[in-house]
Design a protein around this ligand. Structure first.
Ligand code: NAD
Ligand code: UGA
Length: 470
């Protein structure tokens, strides 16, 4: 029986291992983490992350061939294949601060593996890492491992998106495996390929050299984020000219070379990875003496920041240049629908912008807790992905921030509504009821283009949508 151990029971480690376990009943999969709270939650009825379909997959194999444990060293030692899916945040201090990936968690995981392993291991980079990380990891493993114990390192980046993780894992566009071009390297690639081949068609399992696999992950995220910044840049021009960004994106996406997906204009992209991975890419380019390439990718982030501040400016300027003392309802705080994840959500920047102008902000999100919202609004940039001791334990509640239990409560007596996450429920709210409970004139700023602006105008709202004529 093949034994797999995964270090890191987060958004990637948990769902990915659950799917491997459900698809390979004869493989034992143990997910380990240094966070006892996270492991306890994985072993409970309330999983630590909200992801459609995940509960069902976990229920089908937990206790059968899927286990969650804090006994990290024991399970690493017993495994044949060790996935490492720990966080790789942006460095907050020292060399490369604000750009480079912080590999502290990765390095300590590698040292631990080397220290405890008593048999050969295939070590798989699942986390997103800078290109050439495998070289450093190999050195750490080989210099610190016991005599006679061999390590093969593979790069197997993950391409799942939150909210559709289970679907993406069941039916991936591709699985990418990079390894050394040596007999041992090839055997390790084959061993991992055999696991995925249980449910992924052979032609979708790509094998490359290590550096191509590592770089492809950063490149894929950069390309995806670039599409959003491209359409968001167009949205500004649409607002200035009277074109409609949805019509422009539709027409552009009809070109089969461009394609229709991932062209929704928005208040800006969020999530734990796009910004982090592009900053990492920028840093690698700079370190390799390629400032022009670095600047090219930096622009994707600049446009994203511009889009968020443009949104705040639009709210303030249209509400007679001041929101001081006015209640603004924020509908949606997660970085996208169908997740409770708030990492780098554009809602943080928008709320901070409104609070900076002294607004009172009333927030509703179906999946995000009040504690999480207060924590996010109190934290400094990039601190969220670092250990809990850096985060405010119980943040001092920001007085101008209120968290509501539904959209109607959030909007009551508000002067304006900002829709910041595209939750389906926001499409079908009783907007006439909401209008009746608001101050007048009542504004809607649709940061996700989810509402029918014409219908809302008929009710009496003043509606601003991203990239649409007024
Ligand atoms: P996460 O923060 O949700 O999970 C990481 C987990 O690793 C945490 O629970 C942490 O306690 C644990 N950990 C840290 N050091 C450890 C150690 N030494 N031993 C055991 N556990 C340890 O992060 P995530 O979102 O799952 O992302 C993990 C990696 O995958 C990152 O590199 C990220 O860029 C990449 N990635 C994320 C996504 C996504 O959608 N979130 C998608 C693709 C790739
Ligand atoms: C993204 C990638 O899609 C995954 O392939 C990748 O594995 C993952 O990052 C990662 O490396 O972490 P994720 O961030 O979970 O996945 O979600 P996306 O669906 O990509 O959305 C990211 C952000 O872009 C969200 O804020 C979303 O609302 C925004 N977005 C997306 C738009 O504004 N417009 C679009 O057309 C699409």
């Amino acid at each position: 029986m093949v034994k797999i151990c995964c270090l890191g029971a987060g958004y990637v480690g948990g769902p990915t291992m659950a799917v491997i376990a459900v698809k390979c009943p004869d493989v034992e999969v143990v997910v380990v983490d240094i966070s006892t709270a996270r492991i306890d939650a994985w072993n409970s009825d309330t999983l630590p992350i909200y992801e459609p379909g995940l509960d069902d997959v976990v229920r089908r194999c937990r206790g059968r061939n899927l286990f969650f444990s804090t006994d990290v060293e024991k399970h690493v030692d017993e495994a044949d294949i060790v996935f490492v899916s720990v966080n790789t945040p942006t460095k907050t201090r020292g060399l490369g601060a604000g750009k480079a990936a912080d590999l502290t968690y990765w390095e300590s995981a590698a040292r631990m593996i080397a220290g405890v392993a008593r048999s050969d291991k295939v070590v798989v980079e699942k986390s997103t890492v800078p290109v050439k990380t495998a070289e450093a990891i190999e050195k750490i493993l080989n210099h610190n491992g016991r005599d006679g114990v061999g390590f093969q390192i593979l790069s197997n980046p993950e391409f799942l998106a939150e909210g559709t993780a289970i679907q993406d894992l069941f039916s991936p566009d591709r699985v990418l495996i990079g390894g050394r071009e040596t007999p041992g390297g090839r055997r390790a690639v084959q061993a991992l390929k055999d696991v995925y081949a249980r449910w992924v068609p052979e032609e979708r399992i790509l094998t490359t050299n290590l550096w191509s696999a590592e770089l492809s992950k950063l490149a894929a995220n950069a390309f995806l984020a670039q599409r959003i910044s491209s359409v968001n840049a167009m949205s500004a021009l649409c607002e200035a000219t009277g074109a409609d960004v949805a019509e422009v994106a539709y027409a552009v996406g009809k070109d089969s070379r461009i394609g229709a997906k991932f062209l929704n204009a928005s208040v800006g992209f969020g999530g734990s990875c796009f910004q982090k991975d592009i900053l990492n890419l920028v840093y690698i380019c700079e370190c390799n003496g390629l400032p022009e390439v670095a600047n090219y990718w930096k622009q994707v982030i600049k446009i994203n920041d511009y889009q968020k501040s443009r949104f705040v400016n639009r709210v303030v300027s249209s509400m007679f240049n001041t929101v001081a003392g006015k209640k603004i309802a924020v509908l949606g705080f997660a970085f996208k629908k169908d997740t409770g994840d708030t990492r780098e959500t554009p809602a943080i920047d928008v709320c901070k912008g409104l609070l900076g102008d002294k607004a009172k902000v009333s927030i509703y999100d179906p999946q995000v807790t009040e504690d999480q919202i207060q924590r996010d609004l109190s934290m400094s940039k990039f601190d969220w992905d670092h250990p809990v001791h850096l985060q405010p334990m119980s943040p001092t509640a920001i007085k101008q921030v209120f968290v509501a239990w539904d959209a109607y409560e959030a909007a009551k007596d508000a002067h304006g509504i900002c829709i910041l996450t595209e939750w389906d429920e926001f499409k079908n709210l009783d907007y006439a009821r909401i209008y009746g409970s608001m101050q007048k004139p009542a504004f809607v700023f649709d940061g996700r283009n989810v509402v029918d602006s014409e219908k809302l105008r008929e009710i009496g709202f003043i509606v601003y949508s991203i990239g649409k004529p007024l």
